[in-house]
Write a protein that binds this ligand. Structure first.
Ligand SMILES: [Zn+2]
Length: 229
């Protein structure tokens, strides 16, 4: 049903870390979904209603084929057996070829738990002789996007050229007014300025205007060198 499933601890993490890839996949005709694990609330300037409206607006801009919220507890997300089963069931139902998960090193415990949960659920989703509904399914790859709560110097496995999609990525992020605009300093560099600078840094690293970095625990096999920049 889906080609790509991006799994996010909170609504806005998929936008921050992987909106460029999402827009690129959509432009190529792939079916792309986002599963937010928690509501992301409470936050200082957000409410459940506001955050849901912001998520809906960003979903529209990204042109997602599918988006749901697994309803796990925000701020106390844990990779429990129950959560693993719930996520593995979604993977069996949506049958994505690839998964996208948050990078595995992070100061935010929800993000670390999300990575562990995705990896465990990916394994569980292929099990036979289980009580989980749906047929066994194993996404071939997990790529890790960066939405890290650390001053982290990433060493990505590859960088995606997102120059054509940067404006739309920023528009999707701007939908989260309660998270990235309200209550933030308006002195440059603003939070959004810093995001642009970071995307420009990764673009410069690969000789394009904007880039989006990704990590992988496994080596990446290449069928050809043609798509290298
Ligand atoms: Zn988050």
């Amino acid at each position: 049903m889906l080609d790509i499933l991006v799994i996010a601890p909170h609504p806005d993490d998929a936008e921050l870390g992987a909106a460029g890839a999402i827009l690129k996949f959509k432009a190529e005709g792939a079916k792309v979904g986002v599963l937010d694990l928690t509501s992301g609330e409470p936050t200082p300037f957000g409410t459940l209603e506001k955050r849901a409206a912001e998520t809906a607006a960003a979903t529209e801009i990204l042109g997602l084929d599918w988006r749901q919220n697994l309803g796990l507890p925000n701020r106390s997300l844990e990779a429990t057996l129950e959560a693993r089963q719930a996520l593995a069931t979604v993977i069996r139902q949506t049958r994505p070829k690839w998964l996208f998960a948050p990078y595995w090193v992070d100061a935010h415990p929800d993000h670390v738990a999300a990575t562990q949960l995705v990896e465990a659920a990916r394994f569980w989703s292929k099990l036979s002789k289980t009580e989980m509904p749906g047929e066994p399914w194993h996404p071939a790859r997990i790529f890790y996007y960066y939405c890290v709560h650390l001053k982290h110097a990433a060493q990505p496995a590859f960088v995606l050229d997102i120059s054509e999609h940067w404006d739309r990525k920023l528009a999707a992020i701007r939908c989260y007014h309660s998270q990235f605009i309200e209550g933030r300093s308006t002195e440059p560099p603003t939070f959004l300025d810093q995001l642009r600078d970071e995307a420009a840094f990764w673009g410069k690293a690969i000789g394009t205007r904007y880039g989006e970095p990704y990590a992988s625990r496994e080596p990446l096999g290449m069928a050809s060198l043609k798509s290298l920049i």
